[in-house]
Ligand binder design. Structure first.
Ligand SMILES: [Zn+2]
Ligand SMILES: [Zn+2]
Length: 327
């Protein structure tokens, strides 16, 4: 099968003919129809995330059809449309798994990082971590929901009942979260790269009450802010935009260093927290919300072979919405 393969961080992906995956016990093989391009993929390619499996097939926003079932698989069948996300496997017995926090498992596998993912014609996955998907939306439209949507939703959940919600970095995750937040009756304040009028207009089209540069203060103090941009200097800016008792949620897996800032900006019971990975429960909850909330994704599709082009556009901030590879 064809696959886009990472041989070494810091080098472009290479189109290769590789052995197709087989379904081991409790695994399925999924024929890839669409695979989203996530900022995390960029962090793996650029070497920000260390120790990937090498050579590696990236991609953890996979939509496709089950084409093979391994021994012992239940609940999935041949031809079923399913999604594969970032959390590919957990140990099931560490203290975090026992606490119901499988997103923090001590011995996890991550799709497209420590096991092969979806930048290929097919992908094998642990059947317990595969989500059945509704029929209706196209494969490409569903793909970004599997990470941008899921981790975005987990980040939104950490904001509690915040009514005035700031979102820093208005890309794939933000454009999904903004729609869910509006559905929940929250007001969205969108922060983009300073001067990025296209992104600000995009945010307003998605129902943001206000859109401006990340160097600006919002017209009202925020109850909570989510930072999706991988830029540590946004943390003090977001704290300054947030009211007493408010929370700043860092939704990305990697960020540049957070600069020092006056303690007074944290004082007043403000909180900073990160969000790591997702649980299967997050996935089920979010996917059940997509229909009622009327979530629509804005996607730009690229043929599988053009994965490097899609990654470059994401790196350069040239995408509105999400990039998706299609077969
Ligand atoms: Zn575990
Ligand atoms: Zn992702």
């Amino acid at each position: 099968m064809r696959a886009m393969v990472l041989e070494k961080p810091g080098t472009p992906l290479e189109l290769r003919e590789v052995e197709p995956p087989k379904a081991g016990p409790l695994e399925v093989v999924v024929d890839m129809a669409a695979c989203g391009v996530c900022r995390t993929d960029l962090h793996v390619v650029d070497g920000d995330l260390v120790d990937p499996k090498l050579p590696l097939i990236l991609g953890h926003e996979i939509v496709g059809r089950v084409s093979a079932l391994g021994e012992g698989v239940t609940g999935l069948h041949h031809g079923m449309r399913v999604g594969i996300s970032w959390l590919g496997h957990t140990c099931g017995h560490c203290r975090y798994c026992n606490l119901g926090a499988e997103n923090l498992c001590d011995a996890p596998l991550f799709t497209g990082y420590t096991r092969d993912g979806g930048y290929a014609e097919a992908c094998a996955a642990d059947a317990a971590y595969v989500f059945p998907l509704p029929e209706g939306p196209s494969d490409a439209e569903l793909a970004p929901l599997l990470c941008a949507g899921l981790i975005g939703h987990r980040s939104l959940r950490m904001c509690g009942d915040a009514e005035r919600l700031g979102i820093y970095g208005f890309g794939a995750a933000a454009h999904i979260v903004a729609q869910v937040a509006r559905y929940q009756g929250r007001r969205v304040f969108a922060f983009t790269r300073p001067g990025d009028e296209a992104a600000q207009k995009f945010a307003e089209q998605l129902g943001a009450s206000w859109a401006g540069g990340s160097d600006q203060l919002p017209p009202e103090a925020l109850d909570a802010a989510i930072i999706f941009a991988p830029v540590g200097s946004l943390v003090p800016l977001a704290l300054r935009a947030t009211r007493k008792g408010g929370i700043v949620v860092c939704g990305g897996i990697h960020m540049s260093d957070v600069p020092s800032f006056p303690y007074a900006d944290l004082w007043g019971e403000r909180q900073i927290r990160s969000v790591a990975n997702l649980t299967r429960q997050d996935g089920e909850e979010f996917l059940s919300l997509v229909g009622p909330a009327g979530v629509k994704t804005e996607v730009q599709t690229f043929p599988l072979e053009q994965a490097n082009v899609a990654l470059d556009r994401l790196r350069d901030g040239q995408l509105l919405g999400a990039a998706v590879l299609v077969n």
